[in-house]
Structures are given as C-alpha cells and as structure tokens.
Design a protein around this ligand. Structure first.
Ligand code: COA
Length: 434
C-alpha cells in the first residue's frame, strides 16, 4: 500500500477531504479515465450514483470491477453509450448487460487480479470503495471486502473512499489511513446482503455425499451458490474443521458457533478463519464485526494456489453448471451466455491438489431446468467454456453419489460420471461415451 502521512492531525485532514460525491468526481475524474470499483459489498453506493448523474459531462469513461451485489446504476440500459463497462465476475446486477452486449466480461483467476493491477495489465486512474469510519488514529477498515482493492488503490492516480458507518470494522489487512485517500464521501446506506439459500432435498443429498469425503481436521474452501451452503449444513457432526476460503457465508458461521469449525488443526494461520470477502446476511456481517478470529486478507494472500497449499487436508468445494464426460467443468456459461465468473474455483482446485492430503470437489445437482436437462453431458454446450480442466478435476458429486476422476482414463471417467447422472439420462449418456 502507498504510505500516507499518518501524523496526528488526521482529524483536520479528514474534514478537509470530506466532499460531496459530485465534488469528488469533479475534482478527480478526467475524460478517458478508467474508474475501478471494489467488488461485492466494498463497491460504493453513493459515488456511482453521482457518476451516473454526471454521465453527460464525463466522456470516454471505463468502469471496471468484480461482482456488484447491490445497485449498479451505471449498468442502466439508457447509459450504454456513456460508459464502457468491464466486469470480472457476472452476477445479478450485471448479467443482462453482458447478455445484451452492453458490457464486457474479463476471464481471470481470482488470485491473479491483484497482479493485473500491480503489473499494469489493468490500468485504473481512479479507484473507489466503501470503508468503515476512522478509528482514534485515523485508520479505516476495508470492512467485509478486501479482495483486489489494495492493489487497485496502489495502481490509481486518485482514491475515493465512501465512508459508511454501517460497514463493519473487521480484522482486515491492510487498513487504510485517512492520509492515503484523496477524497472521502460520506454515505450511510445499509451494506448489501443476500439471503441464506434454503437447501432442498437434492442439495441435502449432495451435501451428505460431499460430507462423506471430508475428514475431521480438514480445512475448507466453500464456493458460491446453493450447493456449497447445503454441504456446510451436513457437517455438523464433524470435528476440528478449519476455514480458508475466498468467500465467507452464513453456513460457515453456523459451524463456527457450534465449534465444528474451530481452526485448531490448521497448518496455515491456525486459530483464524482466513477469507478475502464476506457475502450473506447482516447476521454474518455482525459476526465478523470486531472479531479478531476472522481475518480478511488481500486476494493474492488467500487464493494463490501456493498459499492455499500450505493448508494440509485442504478441501475445496465448488459448484458447476455442467460437467462433460471427459470431466471438464463449466461453472460460468449457459451456452454462450456468460452467467457467472471463474472466481476462486480454479485457484482452490489447484491449491487443494497441491495440499498434503487435499481434495477438490465439484458438487452439482444432476439436472437443471426442473429436471428436463442433464448437467452431466457428453459434450459441453456449444459456446460453453471450461472453467476447471479435466486434468485438474478431482471429485465430482451429485445427489446420486460422488466419484473420483483423478488418474482415470477417458472411458473410466465417463462411466464414473454416468453412475452419478440422473437415471433418466444414463442410457443416453452411455451411448455417447467418447
Ligand atoms: N443448462 C441450462 N440452465 C442451467 C444449467 C444448464 N446446464 N445449469 C444451471 N442452469 C440454470 C439453473 O436452472 C438456474 O436457473 P433458475 O435460477 O432459473 O433456476 C440457474 O442456471 C443457476 O443455476 P444454479 O446451479 O442454481 O446456480 P447456483 O446459484 O447454485 O450457482 C454456479 C452455481 C456454478 C453458477 C456458481 O457456483 C458459480 O457462480 N460458480 C463460479 C465459479 C466458482 O465456483 N467460483 C468459486 C467461488 S467465487
């Protein structure tokens, strides 16, 4: 991080730096600038609205960021001619724009994002993020999202921080001193939340199969989507689990409260839950607020496969949209529609592979579209992409069981996958064995 002057007169500096969002933009944004935004709940709420209001005066602006969970006013269809939109993980607020060609998706491993800013692959002139209010010494927490924000700030000509008293003060690294930002915009919107997913019968069955693969003392990564959360709900009888994951969700808090996750046997940063962002309900955010045992670190210190591998018995649990009979995993596209992103899936699959006693598990329901489509397919749909390759894949689980594809031939892995496909599609799949 850039070193700021952390002298004692930070309160005066703070007052001098607080301006309206409009004024902040007027002072720092120039035509042709790239504005980088923090991801998930770190994405500011007041500043983007001001950018949108001044869309007519701002020419040639590019806006780049990862998942936005709350509002993304710059994605409104009527603004399509004003901003160039670049997205590193597609989610509800940005999916339609990607589909309609109003925004572009950038495929990227999560751990590499910080490096993209640091080595100039991504140029950002102005960066914006939400922070908690300063402490007695003028330090502000990045709250529930660290991710790539520190690297993005370092690469920017100007930094705009939206100070939000609703942003939890987490045990995160780095913390930001008032002197390290150019302008501060005050906001008090609630931090965006997403509801807990409600496990159904299928996801419970998947959860039980996955739970059977997890040994006591393992360290878990839990991916995004309904299935990883269902898996957590099936782990209540396990002991001494640890947490090292990009995303920390409500299901993990339940296990921490029960003492099932206690981080006692972790080989890397023991006694701490290590994450790079939180996404869930307010209860989850309250749990992390001021909690010294939940440590948020920059993405490259959490999801780099070499870092992940320092955890023995690392178990990576992620979901997918389709798996073909070669074992190729598509977690991102439905046909040629970019539905989601790579996120940390491949980072953790590879990190778990490198870990002593590690496992990676791709867990998905056997069907989609109300049972009409098999998710285990002879070939990925036309236009689909491979997220996790057939050489990286390890276990695959559906509600019909879990199979280990590592070391298996093309035919053996096809047969294994067919054994966990929905029975209604097994004959058809058997006829398509490559
Ligand atoms: N064909 C057509 N539609 C499909 C489909 C397929 N093969 N697979 C899924 N769908 C539809 C589902 O029916 C569902 O539609 P609905 O909302 O109308 O019911 C929708 O696509 C979402 O699928 P679902 O499997 O329910 O999504 P999820 O919320 O469980 O998330 C992933 C699954 C794969 C999208 C999610 O894990 C993800 O985003 N992964 C990204 C990579 C990753 O794992 N990164 C690590 C964590 S950041």
């Amino acid at each position: 991080m850039k070193k700021g002057d952390t002298g004692v007169d930070w309160k005066t500096r703070f007052k001098d730096k607080v301006v309206s969002a409009e004024e902040a933009i007027r002072r720092v944004v120039r035509p042709g600038d790239v504005i980088g935004g923090a991801m998930t709940c770190g994405f500011p709420q007041v500043i983007p609205e001001a950018i949108v209001e001044h869309a007519e005066e701002l020419s040639g602006i590019t806006i780049l960021h990862g998942i936005v969970v709350g509002n993304a006013p710059h994605y409104a269809p009527e603004l399509a001619d004003h901003f160039k939109l670049r997205n590193i993980f597609v989610f509800d607020a940005t999916r339609a724009a990607i589909k309609e060609g109003r925004a572009e998706y950038i495929p990227m491993y999560f751990y590499e994002m910080a490096e993209c800013w640091r080595n100039g692959v991504w140029k950002t002139d102005v960066s914006m993020m939400q922070v908690s209010p300063p402490d007695a010494d003028g330090y502000m927490s990045l709250g529930i999202t660290v991710g790539y924000t520190p690297a993005m700030m370092d690469a920017s000509r100007a930094v705009l921080a939206e100070v939000n008293p609703n942003m939890p003060r987490t045990n995160c690294e780095p913390i930001i001193h008032v002197s390290q930002v150019d302008y501060l915009v005050e906001g008090d919107r609630p931090v965006p939340t997403i509801p807990r997913s409600q496990p159904d019968e299928v996801s419970q069955a998947i959860g039980r199969h996955v739970a059977g693969l997890i040994e006591d003392g393992s360290t878990l990564q839990i991916g995004i989507g309904a299935i990883p959360d269902a898996v957590l709900s099936c782990l209540t009888e396990h002991q001494d689990l640890g947490l090292h994951t990009e995303m920390f969700s409500d299901g993990a808090v339940d296990l921490l409260r029960k003492g099932v996750i206690n981080n006692s046997r972790k080989s890397y940063l023991p006694h701490k839950s290590v994450v790079t962002f939180l996404l869930g309900t307010k209860e989850l955010y309250d749990y992390a607020d001021g909690n010294p045992d939940v440590v948020l670190l920059p993405v490259e210190k959490v999801t780099h496969p070499v870092v992940i591998a320092q955890n023995d018995k690392m178990v990576a649990i992620n979901s997918a949209l389709q798996v073909d009979l070669y074992g190729q995993v598509n977690a991102e596209t439905i046909g040629n529609l970019q539905f989601s992103g790579v996120g940390g899936q491949v980072d953790f699959v590879r990190g778990a592979t490198l870990s002593r006693g590690g496992k990676s598990i791709i867990a998905l329901p056997s069907t989609a579209a109300g049972g009409k489509l098999s998710r285990i397919v002879p070939y990925l749909d036309h236009g689909s992409v491979v997220t996790t390759s057939r050489c990286d894949v390890h276990y695959v689980a559906t509600e019909y069981g879990a199979v280990n594809l590592k070391g298996k031939s093309v035919r053996e892995r096809a047969e294994a996958l067919i054994s966990i496909a929905h029975p209604q599609f097994r004959d058809e799949l058997a006829r398509a064995i490559p």
